[in-house]
Write a protein of this length. Structure first.
Ligand SMILES: NC(=O)c1ccc[n+]([C@@H]2O[C@H](COP(=O)([O-])OP(=O)(O)OC[C@H]3O[C@@H](n4cnc5c(N)ncnc54)[C@H](O)[C@@H]3O)[C@@H](O)[C@H]2O)c1
Length: 260
């Protein structure tokens, strides 16, 4: 007899093409590194920074044997997203794996947040994921295989401290986007999941909480602060064949700070 699951390769992403948004720094760059170095995927890193600004990090990934291709773009612009997808389709055939990571925050309460600021955070954190998934779906359906991971947040479960109202709304909204993409994608072998970090060592957290605020928050986390690669390693798993029956799920990576 022969088995139907190829166990030797279930954790490999060799031959797959991934797009990680917001990947010129922070969690996105960490996820790109893991998908490329550990998984063996060809990874396009969509970011606002010029490649020259993070060439050192890209060189370090290349030295580890990973292929991460920087591509400049703005996830708030549908035209820019379409340009990025068209380039990947031309160069590599299409996006097999989509990691919706780009995000930003604003430490303002409901009374302090203007309509324009609200729209900006929704566009960056939520509409971007919808637009990228919309574009990725066609290729994934055609080849009957795809993986979508949203980088959400513990805030999506429990709300935010000290304002961040628009951010919290986007992080809860990602759960609905994930689950509905999962149901729509299932007949085409497309899975869709959310990874929900707690506190991760990146530039965003100092903007969000200040230096002292970060120290105070870290002191409350049983396992301490996560590194970007902690988010990358779980995202990698969700993108492999090993996770083929995990969809519409939320995987918490918060060091035990929030249990539910
Ligand atoms: N750092 C944390 O503690 C933490 C916790 C929970 C969730 N998250 C989530 O993780 C994701 C990444 O956060 P991070 O901490 O790495 O942030 P970061 O600010 O360190 O990096 C965010 C990345 O997104 C990019 N980006 C922002 N707006 C963009 C746009 N319009 N177009 C293209 N790229 C854009 C930035 O250039 C940057 O590369 C976010 O969705 C965030 O909500 C972070």
């Amino acid at each position: 007899m022969s088995y139907s699951i190829d166990l030797k390769n279930v954790f490999s992403l060799k031959g797959k093409v991934a797009l990680v948004t917001g990947a010129s720094a922070g969690i996105g760059l960490g996820v790109a590194r893991v998908l490329a170095v550990t998984g063996g995927a060809t990874v396009y890193a969509l970011g606002r920074r010029d490649a020259a600004e993070y060439q050192g990090e890209l060189d370090a990934i290349a030295a580890e044997g990973g292929t991460v291709i920087p591509v400049k773009g703005d996830v708030c612009s549908e035209a820019s997203i379409n340009d990025v997808f068209s380039r990947i389709e031309q160069e590599a055939g299409g996006v097999d794996i989509l990691i919706n990571n780009a995000g930003t925050t604003l430490p303002k309460t409901v009374e302090e947040t203007s309509h324009e600021e609200w729209d900006f955070i929704i566009d960056t954190n939520l509409t971007s994921g919808f637009l990228c998934a919309k574009r990725a779906f066609a290729h994934m359906k055609q080849q009957n295989w795809g993986r979508i991971v949203q980088i959400g947040s513990v805030v999506g479960h429990k709300g935010a401290i000290k304002g961040h109202i628009a951010y919290a709304a986007t992080k809860s909204g990602q759960f609905g986007l994930t689950k509905t993409l999962a149901i729509t994608g299932a007949p085409h072998n497309i899975t869709s999941n959310t990874v929900a970090p707690g506190l991760v060592r990146t530039p965003l957290i100092v903007v969000a909480h200040g230096e002292q605020g970060v120290k105070d928050l870290e002191a409350q986390i049983p396992l301490g602060m996560s590194e970007p690669e902690d988010i990358g390693m779980v995202s990698l798993f969700l993108c492999t064949e090993a996770a083929r029956h995990i969809t519409a799920a939320t995987i918490d990576i918060n060091g035990g700070v929030y249990t539910h």
